[in-house]
Design a protein around this ligand. Structure first.
Ligand code: B12
Ligand code: SF4
Ligand code: SF4
Length: 306
């Protein structure tokens, strides 16, 4: 069967490119999730992330985002680095942002995969996505059996935990489809108990406007005073609900050279952070996702901790 052969070819090439897990789903409208997204937006859990309310129809239907599409291929890319900052009192940065900006690193690999498909299989049309477009990435990852959505709302893989970026290829080729797996959170509530801002308001639902990741990265204005003393020293993103998750004991270190931290980053002391100049910022975070906050945003976050 051609469908089987194409599916195997794509899985093998994805693995060769460094995507540790691949799951494939039929491209179709998401009805149940559309309702959940609508409720989430109505409750204003997106805060000032107004882009989350845009393109609702495309977000819940990949065939509207990529006309003619038949399949959503979800790809997981490991970013786990267990190395911690040496000064335990220094402001903390989430490990996903240690190295070069993942958007560029992964987009390049997705394009290689699409080129491979076009060369090996023929005239296939499609688009590549990584955290950059109205795609319900976790839903697709869950549907295609690459993991389950944990109470912290992250996609958790049973063999390797949650320190993965999600990426998709949405293409007009029919493939063999995977099925979802079971939820393995059980009675655990560690992430809910550990979240310092009570952003995990219920099973799998996050009030984005309370999450430290939102406050330190997405929010462009002054930090609301209600979060004073609750930031647990984070200045870019937050890893708490992943650090406490028992499934992350299976997480393995990535082997992506582009994700290695700048040689000075992990040894920066509390004082180095507090006195960071624009020149040091540009050197240490060159090509990094941290540039999203700009120098002034990072300074705001550092000052907020004082
Ligand atoms: C907006 C956003 C945020 C916001 C809001 C977070 C949120 N939980 O929605 C903020 C800025 C807070 C944020 C933070 C982080 N984010 Co973010 N974020 C996104 C983004 C752009 C959209 C998410 C979204 O659509 N939210 C809206 C809600 C309604 O959708 P949802 O949570 O995905 O829920 C759907 C499903 O979970 C499902 N569902 C939910 N509940 C239930 C319950 C049941 C019973 C069922 C059946 C289904 C179900 O239906 C929902 C659809 O309505 C995605 C990329 C993308 N395009 O998807 C990245 C993404 C989710 N983020 C990611 C990451 C890494 C993070 C951080 C870990 C970064 C950090 N270290 O600081 C934190 C983690 C915080 C957390 N616990 O979620 C990764 C997650 C990878 C993974 N393993 O899951 C993504 C996928 C980006 C990527 N391409 O890798 N993020
Ligand atoms: S990333 Fe941090 S603030 Fe956001 S939900 Fe997880 S523990 Fe809470
Ligand atoms: S900490 Fe526990 S409840 Fe939270 S996502 Fe992990 S297993 Fe699920």
């Amino acid at each position: 069967m051609l469908k089987e052969r194409y599916t195997t070819l794509i899985r093998e090439e994805a693995l060769r490119l460094g995507f540790e897990f691949t799951g494939i789903s039929k491209a179709e409208q998401l009805d149940k999730e559309a309702k959940m997204l609508e409720q989430w937006l109505n409750k204003n859990y997106h805060g000032k992330m107004s882009y989350m309310a845009n393109h609702f129809d495309k977000r819940i239907d990949p065939t509207k985002l990529v006309p003619g599409s038949k399949s959503v291929i979800t790809l997981l890319y490991n970013y786990h680095n267990p190395e911690k900052q040496t000064d335990k009192t220094a402001p903390k940065i989430s490990q996903y942002a240690y190295g070069k900006d993942y958007h560029h690193v992964i987009k390049y690999k997705l394009k290689s995969l699409l080129n491979f498909i076009q060369e090996e299989i023929g005239e296939v049309d499609g688009r590549c996505f990584v955290d950059s477009a109205p795609v319900m990435e976790r839903t697709w990852a869950e549907r295609s059996g690459t993991g389950w959505i944990g109470k912290n709302s992250l996609l958790i893989n049973k063999q390797a935990g949650s320190y993965f970026f999600l990426a998709e290829l949405i293409i007009d080729l029919e493939l063999e489809y995977d099925s979802p797996i079971k939820d393995y959170c059980g009675t655990c509530t560690r992430c809910i108990d550990a979240c310092p801002t009570d952003a995990i308001i219920g099973d799998k639902i996050i009030d984005g406007s309370k999450c430290i990741s939102y406050l330190t990265i997405e929010l462009k204005e002054a930090m609301p005073t209600e979060f004073q003393g609750k930031m647990d020293n984070w200045v870019f993103g937050c890893d708490i609900c992943q650090e406490v998750c028992p499934w992350n004991r299976f997480a393995k270190r990535h082997n992506e050279p582009a994700f290695e931290p700048h040689p000075d980053l992990l040894s920066m002391t509390k004082n180095d952070w507090e006195e960071i100049t624009e020149e040091v910022f540009r050197k240490v975070f060159k090509k990094s996702a941290v540039k999203r906050t700009k120098y002034t945003g990072l300074k705001r976050n550092i000052n907020f901790l004082k």
